[in-house]
Design a protein around this ligand. Structure first.
Ligand SMILES: [Fe+2]
Length: 227
């Protein structure tokens, strides 16, 4: 069978992983927020449509990054937590994941401590132009510098580890953060354990296929460049 003829239903482990995303976005709380409720609905409705169409699946070459040495610990912690079924479903496909940076220029320190992998999106492995789903992994004591996403609405749901966004709160496994388009955000992770977040992106198709990820200029950089 050629790669393009391979379909989601031929790969049960990927299908079950997507069902875990469906469960997270269907049964989790919106905390009374109308915007979060609408975002959850948008993600799960789009995902249901994608799954029903039995989309093409194109397995990319697996790739690791330095931070993926922390993945087994993150999965162990995740399995013990409130979203254990997602951690277990992810562990089934862990050897197949393509971990990447997503930035042309990634700061040296960050390259050791961060990577993400897509599980559904324009580039696969499960193909969709309308939604991106994936995971971000951080080592302990990481600062993921300030950035925003043009036209893309993003949510993170934590699977393992404690983390904070914009120094506003500490988020435990199971909690969701919504970053609306252009919202500047910066993430920090706890001292001892890695942090694994599931994420979803919804937005215009042309933007999802070319998100143009850029870290916002630091104050030092802005000063040196006179901006
Ligand atoms: Fe983000």
């Amino acid at each position: 069978m050629s790669e393009t003829e391979s379909r989601l239903f031929d790969h049960p482990s990927w299908l079950y992983l997507l069902r875990e995303f469906d469960t997270l976005y269907r049964h989790g709380s919106a905390g009374g927020s109308r915007l979060i409720r609408a975002h959850r609905k948008r993600v799960r409705d789009t995902l249901s449509m994608v799954i029903d169409a039995n989309p093409a699946i194109t397995l990319r070459a697996p790739e690791v990054k330095p931070v993926t040495a922390h993945l087994p610990r993150a999965l162990d912690l995740g399995e013990r937590g409130v979203v254990g079924s997602m951690a277990r479903a992810l562990s089934r496909v862990a050897p197949l994941l393509t971990w990447e940076y997503g930035y042309e220029k990634v700061p040296k320190a960050l390259a050791q401590k961060y990577a993400y992998c897509e599980v559904l999106g324009p580039r696969g492995p499960v193909r969709s132009d309308r939604l991106v789903l994936g995971f971000v992994l951080f080592a302990p004591r990481t600062t993921y510098p300030q950035h925003s996403h043009q036209e893309i609405e993003e949510s993170y749901i934590s699977i393992a580890g404690a983390w904070s966004e914009n120094d506003t709160a500490v988020h435990a496994p199971g909690s969701l953060i919504l970053n609306r388009p252009d919202h500047e955000h910066r993430i920090t992770t706890a001292d001892l354990d890695p942090c694994l977040l599931a994420y979803a992106w919804v937005g215009p198709e042309e933007r999802l296929s070319a998100p143009g990820m850029k870290l916002s200029a630091s104050r030092k950089q802005r000063m040196s460049e006179g901006i």
